[in-house]
Design a protein. Structure first.
Length: 154
């Protein structure tokens, strides 16, 4: 078979399907832990990119470049919010405990990249976070489609 009909560099997968990671249009508010997380992800992306280039793996280069672009953008527009000592009302970075008919549940309002709902870390742009922000102990809010009362702010 003529070499014109074979691939010179078969990476087994095409890179055309790798798009950019979308960057949120919202302000990139971050806690100190969130900033550290972004910086760790950025460093990991740099390492992955260097390794992919060394290995001459086009797909890995494209994936690492995508992640490097994303984390570079997130680091560039990160707005560090230091912990707010005044717990009179719910603010970014605070942990809020609410009581429902099923018991108590706590949520910490964090940046989008550090959010992990399974761990109670909710992004400040989530509807629940928006419902909690500015509220005080004793205020009622809707949590997971049921009424809840804020019992503490930490």
């Amino acid at each position: 078979m003529s070499s014109a009909f074979t691939r010179e560099n078969d990476d087994s997968e095409s890179i055309e399907d790798i798009g950019e990671r979308p960057v949120s249009p919202h302000r990139n508010l971050v806690t100190p832990e969130g900033l550290a997380q972004i910086e760790a992800e950025l460093e990991a992306a740099r390492v992955a990119f260097a390794k992919a280039e060394h290995d001459r793996n086009r797909r890995a280069i494209a994936m690492a470049a995508r992640d490097l672009n994303y984390w570079s953008a997130r680091r560039a527009n990160a707005e560090l919010v230091q912990p707010i000592a005044d717990k009179a009302e719910v603010r970014f970075g605070h942990t809020v405990t609410v009581k429902t008919k099923h018991g108590k549940e706590s949520f910490k309002i964090v940046g989008e990249d550090e959010a992990d709902p399974a761990k109670g870390l909710i992004p400040h742009v989530a509807p629940l976070a928006k419902a909690l922000l500015g509220k005080e102990v004793g205020d009622k809010v809707e949590v997971k489609h049921e009424k809840a009362q804020i019992v503490s702010i930490a």
